[in-house]
Ligand binder design. Structure first.
Ligand SMILES: C[S@@+](CC[C@H](N)C(=O)[O-])C[C@H]1O[C@@H](n2cnc3c(N)ncnc32)[C@H](O)[C@@H]1O
Length: 276
């Protein structure tokens, strides 16, 4: 059995996948629901069905299909979220938005929160679970993404209202105390530099315009109207977009205070706007 694992790890490695053995082990553990230590110790029965699934996994990974699409889920802020090819796989760096908000708001916050561009619903559902008294809304333009997000909210028994909507078109002025978004923010011009794996995620979830921040500008123009006075807008952005976003906020949006938060690599990846 160990030999089989090594054989498949070798195949993955040849296809450019780093940490290939640990991917094989994680896949077997996640897909067949066997505790990882048991998989690592080869303490389970390796069936023909498993062998077939592993072959299929190696083939698809070689084509650049994201790991989480093949297991069907990903973790975000310690919770399991179902994913498929209609949603972006939640990224650990997006947890930064959640951490910031949970530190900033009181535990019994009763306001209205919108997660625009919700995808799998990871941010909205996390807020609904962590801030029990808040009223949480989530929107996306993709019907299939909203389907996945609804499945996740049922799984977590999370009280979230989902809305199919283009950006913030369907919300009235001054509707929310907090608007968060992890919008599409990659530039079409960067497309050729992206990994095959990223390009297998929905392009509507990735690309925000030619330079990338065009979507973000439209979103901010609308968000500033939809957020209440003294409300907050928090958004993720590209590592190289701080100058453009700051210029836009200071010169186009009126009466706002903007600041940026660094990620673990030292890049400014989150913007925080206060409607002053
Ligand atoms: C970067 S993904 C973020 C998904 C999720 N919030 C996360 O953090 O993993 C961006 C999401 O924006 C959605 N989207 C793209 N264009 C949109 C639009 N015009 N209005 C609303 N949502 C849009 C996509 O369908 C996708 O789910």
């Amino acid at each position: 059995m160990k030999k089989n694992f090594l054989k498949y790890a070798e195949i993955l490695k040849k296809n450019g996948i780093k940490k290939s053995l640990s991917e094989i082990q994680r896949f077997v553990s996640d897909y067949f629901d066997i505790p990882l230590p048991k998989v690592i110790a080869f303490d389970f029965d390796f069936s023909e069905k498993m062998e077939k699934k592993l072959q299929e996994f190696c083939l698809k990974r070689g084509e650049g299909i994201p790991f989480s699409y093949l297991t069907g889920f990903a973790y975000f802020y310690g919770r399991k979220f179902f994913v498929d090819e209609s949603v972006l796989v939640p990224r650990p760096e997006t947890e930064h938005i959640v951490e910031f908000v949970l530190k900033k708001l009181p535990w019994d916050f009763k306001g209205r929160i919108l997660d625009c561009c919700t995808g799998s619903g990871n941010i909205a559902i996390t807020f609904a679970k962590e801030l029990k008294n808040a009223e949480v809304f989530a929107s996306d333009i993709s019907k299939n993404a909203v389907k996945v997000a609804k499945r996740n909210s049922l799984y977590h028994n999370a009280d979230v209202s989902f809305i199919l909507c283009d950006k913030l078109d369907c919300f009235k002025p001054r509707s929310f105390d907090l608007i968060v978004a992890n919008p599409p923010y990659i530039g079409f011009l960067e497309k050729d530099f992206l990994e095959k794996e990223v390009l297998n995620e929905p392009h509507i979830a990735l690309f925000g315009g030619e330079k990338g921040y065009e979507f973000l500008e439209d979103f901010l123009r609308q968000a500033i109207l939809c957020v209440k006075e003294k409300g907050l807008i928090i958004f993720e952005m590209g590592y190289n977009q701080i100058d453009d976003v700051r210029f836009f906020a200071n010169n186009v949006l009126e009466n706002v205070k903007i600041r940026f938060l660094k990620d673990l690599n030292g890049y400014f990846r989150v913007g925080v706007i206060e409607n002053a």
